[in-house]
Design a protein around this ligand. Structure first.
Ligand SMILES: Cc1cc2nc3c(=O)[nH]c(=O)nc-3n(C[C@H](O)[C@H](O)[C@H](O)COP(=O)(O)O)c2cc1C
Ligand code: SF4
Length: 415
C-alpha cells in the first residue's frame, strides 16, 4: 500500500488567496504558546451554550471521515450524565493521511484550545488524546507543559496501539480503557457509553482545530469559506502521482484539479485514477478532476472526501491493480470479529487479485458486483462498507479495464 514519501517533513501549504485558519506555514516547527497567543489564540470568544450554538450555525462537520455534524454530537454528549469525557482521536492509521500528525506537530495549542472549549461546552471533566504518531504525542506533551498549572480538565495522552481499525471510535475508546483497540457493535455509541462507561465526545483533531475560529468569529464568519453543505476549510493530504505530495489547507468546494494544481505541484498523470477519501471514497477515473471537494458533491458522485486524503495514481498503475492492492489492505486490517467482514474482505481481495492477474472468469466479476451490493451495513464498523464501496466504484467507473482484465488483455505494466 502506497504511503506518503515523507509526510512528516512535507511542507504545510495553503491554497492561494486563502487566509489560513488551521495551518501557519510560516512557522518553523512547533508553535509555542507565546506564538499562539500573539496570533490571537486562547482568549475570549463564545463559550458553553453560546459556543455550541455558533458551532451549529457554522455547520462544522467532523474531519475524521464520517463528516458528522459536530454540534449534534456535542448536544448528545451534553445531555448524558456527568462525568463526561472528550476523546481526541489522533490515531490516523490511514496510510495516505498525514494531516492530523502535521497539525499536532505544528499547532498543538490550536487543537488543545479547541478541545478545552469543546470540553467546557459539553461539560467534560476529562480530556484524553489517543495519538498514533510519537512526535505528535511529544508535541502535545510539550504544549501542555507550557500551559500554566490549573487546567480545568484532567488530561491524559495515550499512545495509540493497534492497526487501522484502532482509529474507529469504539476501538479508540477501548484502547484508552486499556483493552484491545478493536471496534464493537453499536449501540452503545461513545456518546452513550464511552471511556470508563461515561458519555464521551469522540472528535478528530482537525475538527477541534476549527473551534477557536468559530468561538472568536462566529458561525456566519466561518461560512465565508467553503460551500453551503461543507463550510470552512479542510486539510487535504495529497499523495501519489503529483509534483509535491503533502498536507495543505484548502477551502471546501474547489475542484480536485484546482487543489492539486495549486498546492500539490500539479497532477503527473493526465488520465490517471484517484483513490478518494483515504480509501473510503473508492476509486474514481479522470472525471474526478472536475469534481468539487465537498462532502455532498462527492457523495452524489458515488465517492466521498473521508478524512481529506487523495492519492493520485500514476498512469502506469492499472485501476484494477490499485483496487486489488487496497482491498488487500482492508482484508489484512479487518479485526476479524464479524463473519461478513472477515470472509467478505478476504474473498473480494482474492477475486480482485485473480482479476488483476488475468485469471478470473465471468463468475468473479459477478460475485464482486453482488458483494458490493450486499455487504455494506453487515459489519460492526465501516471498514467493510469502505471495502464494498471500493469494489463497487471499480466496477462502475472502469468497466472497460475490468473487461480487459477478464479477457487477460490488460496492457498496464502494473497489472
Ligand atoms: C476503520 C476506521 C478507522 C478510523 N480511523 C480514524 C482515525 O484514525 N481518526 C479519526 O478521527 N477517525 C477515524 N475513524 C472515524 C471515527 O470512527 C469517528 O467517526 C471520528 O473519530 C469522529 O470524529 P469527527 O466527528 O471529528 O470526525 C475511523 C473509522 C473507521 C471505520
Ligand atoms: S466490520 Fe470488520 S473491521 Fe469492523 S469490527 Fe467487524 S470485523 Fe472488525
Amino acid at each position: 500500500v502506497a504511503t506518503l514519501a515523507q509526510p512528516q517533513t512535507a511542507a504545510a501549504r495553503v491554497y492561494p488567496g486563502l487566509a489560513p485558519r488551521l495551518l501557519r506555514p510560516e512557522l518553523e516547527g512547533r508553535e509555542s504558546l507565546a506564538a499562539y497567543r500573539a496570533a490571537g489564540g486562547c482568549g475570549g470568544g463564545a463559550e458553553g451554550d453560546a459556543l455550541l450554538a455558533e458551532v451549529e450555525a457554522a455547520g462544522l462537520r467532523g474531519r475524521g471521515g464520517a463528516a458528522f455534524p459536530a454540534a449534534r454530537k456535542w448536544r448528545a454528549v451534553a445531555a448524558g450524565p456527568a462525568p463526561r469525557v472528550l476523546l481526541v482521536n489522533a490515531h490516523e492509521g490511514e496510510p495516505t493521511s498525514a494531516k492530523d500528525r502535521q497539525l499536532l506537530r505544528r499547532r498543538p495549542h490550536l487543537v488543545i484550545d479547541g478541545a478545552r472549549r469543546a470540553a467546557r461546552a459539553v461539560g467534560a471533566s476529562e480530556l484524553v488524546f489517543w495519538v498514533g504518531d510519537a512526535e505528535a504525542a511529544g508535541s502535545v506533551r510539550a504544549a501542555l507543559a507550557e500551559l500554566e498549572a490549573g487546567l480545568e480538565v484532567e488530561l491524559r495522552i495515550v499512545a495509540a496501539a493497534g492497526g487501522y481499525v484502532a482509529g474507529e471510535e469504539s476501538a479508540a475508546v477501548r484502547g484508552v480503557d486499556g483493552e484491545r483497540p478493536v471496534p464493537h457493535a453499536k449501540p452503545p455509541r461513545p456518546f452513550e457509553s464511552g471511556v470508563g462507561g461515561r458519555p464521551t465526545l469522540v472528535q478528530n483533531p482537525e475538527t477541534l482545530a476549527n473551534v477557536p475560529f468559530v468561538a472568536a468569529n462566529g458561525g456566519d464568519a466561518y461560512r465565508e469559506e467553503g460551500t453551503a453543505t461543507s463550510p470552512g476549510t479542510f486539510l487535504l493530504t495529497a499523495s501519489g502521482a503529483c509534483g509535491a505530495p503533502g498536507v495543505a489547507e484548502v477551502p471546501f468546494g474547489v475542484s480536485l484539479a484546482e487543489a492539486f494544481g495549486a498546492v500539490a505541484g500539479g497532477l503527473a498523470a493526465p488520465d490517471g485514477a484517484f483513490l478518494m477519501g483515504g480509501y473510503f471514497g473508492g476509486i474514481l477515473g479522470p472525471r474526478a478532476r472536475g469534481l468539487a471537494l465537498d462532502y455532498d458533491a462527492l457523495a452524489a458522485a458515488g465517492s466521498g472526501l473521508g478524512c481529506g486524503a487523495i492519492e493520485a495514481l500514476p498512469a502506469a498503475e492499472c485501476p484494477v491493480a490499485a483496487t486489488a492492492r487496497v482491498c488487500g489492505f482492508f482484508a489484512a486490517e479487518s479485526s476479524r470479529q464479524c463473519g461478513a467482514c472477515m470472509n467478505g474482505t478476504a474473498a473480494m481481495g482474492e477475486a480482485l487479485a485473480r482479476l488483476r492477474d488475468g485469471q478470473s472468469g465471468e463468475d468473479d466479476v459477478e460475485r464482486l458486483g453482488r458483494w458490493a451490493q450486499d455487504l455494506p451495513g453487515r459489519g460492526a464498523c465501516a471498514l467493510l462498507d469502505g471495502a464494498a464501496r471500493l469494489v463497487g466504484s471499480l466496477l462502475r467507473e472502469f468497466p472497460e479495464e475490468v473487461a480487459a482484465h477478464r479477457a487477460g488483455e490488460c496492457q498496464s505494466t502494473s497489472k
